[in-house]
Design a protein around this ligand. Structure first.
Ligand SMILES: Cc1ncc(COP(=O)(O)O)c(C=O)c1O
Length: 459
């Protein structure tokens, strides 16, 4: 049911005060991180190992993780709901992962020749996603890049359709209309193919056509306007780089119908949703099977990983050499050992029951807080993933998401961090990731902090 609340002028004024105070406390707690940033700048560009680790008010340097907890360089302990941007479904130092990695390492960590674990991992993914053939890579970026290459190689067409605001990794074809500002988006009914970031040639971005999420009419129009020229479409079945935006009833079925009616291919980017939302990912949960599924993040149990799976027809074109899917580290034995253990011993059906139980505490608890304090917000979760969206009405696509006031998620993020819960930075875009090692107390700490935030807002 749609809520109709909205934020008041007073809320917004109060929010600024909360952010200022939250950032002051945050920095005060972390002098060692600040010193490390200074030191790192001499040898690491920008003092970070990835530009998206640099977040306001100050990057957090980490010492170690243990179970459901992460410890910063200043000795601060947090319930880790950041999960390393959605990787951490097994938690930290899981004894089975430690055993798998420690068992593999002394016997060689790289051969560029396959090991038997690869067959087990591929078989496990085939069962979960209902797609028979798989290949491995080392990141989500590589997985979606392979999907794009494969769709082009099979159809002999160049154009790709992508959803506005979806992030699929940092390769040229898909760094198009990802997190762009309003001024770059173009008309709502005909979004622009705006490059996201620098270094991406217009000649490539022009090959990527943009459609709004949850809009079948726009999709039909794009396919009709480019008849016979579109290789395929890639999307996150549940949008997860704009908070959590679920597909509307019938949307994914409609997408598949339109794409196939034009003899194009459909790829689901399940790098985030994959093995976190349910045993069979969003594909299994929502019951719409694409031609290709891209995976990474949580499937490797914390070791760098990536995978694409597909139908016989699609993946057969790798088998017959039409598309050469390659990579020195593909099927790396350390990754395969960790992925095998993750999939066969840790992320078992019981793990998803555990995620649902904890997510229930977080969603029900935060919903009660929202009611009590009359906030314009709503929680949503799918398995291990979830978020609170600071809006009185449902967000359906990237433009709705962009209109949300960033300060709410920033203020909430600071409240959680200062209260011992580490959510991913860039709060508005991101979501929590639970692990099998999280406890009900961890979930309750999140709710308690959320309530403290609500109280401060309404003071
Ligand atoms: C949906 C989605 N696809 C692809 C990627 C890229 O994955 P990686 O960072 O492993 O290259 C990400 C990363 O956040 C993602 O969220």
């Amino acid at each position: 049911m749609e809520t109709v609340r909205s934020w008041t002028e007073r809320d917004l004024r109060r929010l600024d005060e909360i952010v200022v105070e939250g950032e002051r406390r945050f920095k005060e707690r972390q002098p060692r991180s600040r010193a490390l940033i200074g030191e790192a700048r001499a040898v690491l560009a920008g003092g970070a190992t990835s530009s998206w680790q640099i977040a306001r008010p100050q990057m957090v340097w980490v010492s170690h993780g243990e179970g459901s907890k992460i410890f910063d360089a200043d000795g601060g302990e947090y319930v880790d709901l950041h999960g390393g941007y959605g990787v951490g479904a097994v938690g930290h130092g899981h004894p089975k992962i430690v055993e798998a990695v420690a068992g593999r390492a002394p016997r060689g960590t790289h051969f560029a020749q396959p090991t038997e674990d690869a067959i087990v991992v591929a078989g496990e993914l085939a069962g979960r996603f209902g797609l028979p053939l798989w290949r491995f890579s080392n990141s989500g970026t590589e997985a979606t890049m392979d999907a794009v290459h494969l769709m082009r190689a099979i159809t002999g067409r160049d154009l790709i359709v992508k959803v506005e605001g979806c992030y699929h990794g940092h390769h040229d074809s898909l760094m198009v209309s990802v997190s762009n500002g309003e001024e770059e988006l173009g008309p709502a009914e005909r979004p622009s193919s705006a490059p996201s970031g620098t270094g991406i040639p217009a000649a490539i971005t022009d090959l990527t056509l943009i459609v709004p999420y949850n809009d079948l009419d726009a999709l039909e129009r794009v396919f009709a306007e480019h008849r016979g020229k579109i290789a395929g479409m890639i999307l996150e079945p549940i949008m997860m780089n704009a908070g959590v935006i679920p597909p509307e009833q019938g949307y994914l079925e409609g997408v598949r119908e339109v794409v196939h009616a034009h003899d194009a291919l459909l790829a689901f980017d399940e790098v985030k949703c994959g093995v976190t939302t349910s045993y069979g990912g969003a594909t299994g949960y929502l019951g719409v099977r694409p031609d290709i599924v891209c995976l990474a993040k949580a499937m490797g149990g914390g070791v760098p990983c990536g995978a694409i799976g597909g139908t016989e027809e699609v993946m057969g074109r790798i088998a017959d050499g039409t598309y050469e899917q390659v990579g020195t580290f593909n099927g790396n034995p350390l990754t395969m050992a960790a992925a095998r253990t993750t999939l066969t011993e840790i992320l078992t059906p019981e793990a998803y029951e555990h995620f649902d139980r904890l997510a229930g505490i977080m969603v029900d608890g935060s919903r009660a807080v929202i009611e009590e304090y009359e906030l314009a917000a709503y929680p949503l979760s799918f398995g291990a993933k979830g978020s609170i969206t600071f809006s009185g009405s449902r967000v359906h696509n990237y433009r709705d998401f962009l209109a949300l006031d960033d300060r709410f998620s920033q203020a909430h993020w600071l409240f959680q961090h200062n209260g011992g819960v580490f959510l991913p930075p860039w709060g508005k875009a991101e979501q929590w990731t639970l692990s099998v090692q999280h406890s009900e107390d961890d979930a309750r700490r999140f709710v308690d902090n959320f309530e403290a935030f609500a109280r401060a807002l309404r003071r």
